[in-house]
Design a protein around this ligand. Structure first.
Ligand SMILES: [Zn+2]
Length: 105
């Protein structure tokens, strides 16, 4: 099941994402079953998790003019199910869209 929330401020990404020095910062513990990225934001097309997470545009205004400020993907060692969370900021309406997906729901 996909959970989707539109917010006025980031809930997954850094509250200070605009101040981050890089658009895409991998977590130091990333490995093949667990990957997390924060950053000041990259286009969906430039995000390494875009295919695994099936990233889409703004939930408030449908714009594709967005930047991904948070992304996490992992596979459960027990069930093999995939989970993901990501957050985008919309450059047109300024809203934040957070989506979470659990393959098993
Ligand atoms: Zn928007």
């Amino acid at each position: 099941m996909l959970y989707e929330r539109v917010n006025d401020t980031p809930i997954l990404g850094s509250k200070d994402f605009r101040q981050l020095e890089q658009p895409l910062i991998p977590n130091e513990s990333n490995e093949w079953t667990w990957m997390e990225y924060i950053g000041s934001g990259v286009e969906i097309a430039g995000h390494p998790l875009k295919d695994r997470c099936n990233m889409r545009g703004c939930a408030a205004c449908e714009s594709e003019n967005v930047r991904v400020i948070y992304g996490k993907w992992c596979v459960s060692a027990h069930s093999g199910d995939a989970y993901y969370d990501y957050e985008i900021v919309c450059l047109d309406c300024g809203k934040f869209t957070a989506r979470s997906y659990n393959e098993n729901d």
